[in-house]
Design a protein. Sequence first.
Length: 308
Amino acid sequence: MAASKPKRGPTQMQALVTVLYKVASMAKNLQFKPHATFGIAKNLVMQASVDQHMAKALLAFAALIVFTGGRLRIKNGHASLFMPMWIYDVCAQTNFVTNWMTGAVTLFCNVLPLQSAPDWNTDTGLSPGAIATSPAALGPKELDALKQSILDDKSGFLKECHIIQLFDALKAARPEDLTGKAFRGRILMSGRCLDVVNLGVQLMRVVGLKWGKRYRTQYVGDPLCMTWLNRFHFPQPGWGNVGMHGVTYRGRPCATMAYDHQPWHDMFAVLDDGAVSGRMKLLGVWCHRHKSGGWFTLTELPDVDVTL
């Protein structure tokens, strides 16, 4: 009776495919299950410690990241991870269905029942002048109080018609106001889709995770950059790369974050120019085409270096 052949381990090519698959899974989980990402990474390292092919594939992947533009920058007490551009393209394509569904929910799914998403940029009945003179409009003192509550991060649930009135009253941000900077984000509760995301954001804060955005150049940026313990900053590339451009919104040009692979745009107005506080603060709205998906603020992190 012939002796059975010993089982052969995975070839190096199979190991490399496994590494690529798990890295893509990590990028996807960072969007909705950040805790799962660390489990995948731990499992990958453990496999590499006992499998020579897996170890070589992991090292080859790390070398590929470095040689194609990946970097780890340590400066001013902060460690920032930067990924090569091809990672963003691959992750955006592998997450196409998830990203499509994310945008689609803005058309029919809102937090408050029977609430539709207004066409703030196309409906003439919702123009800046019409909003400012409507019966529901805030007076000057009330508008200033709303602005201050947002600046102090003390705003509760807000009516979207009041947020858009404040947005119109603020100075429009310019692309150069955001380029070359990193920001910490905070979602404003307004009954839109981002309110649901905010539930997950609060859970992440328990383990020291916070979210933000960063814009390295006019054409290279991270729509979501996670921060751990206020020191380690790493991108979530599942939505792809973004650029910072000037786009007309509600009758005036605004700094606009445009996604390379999604029909999404974030428009910004200036809450605080940072001249006194030292930290610029912006009011932003995320839109899927012409529909509002939610509101948020960005506060500059001046100690974090994001330049190329």
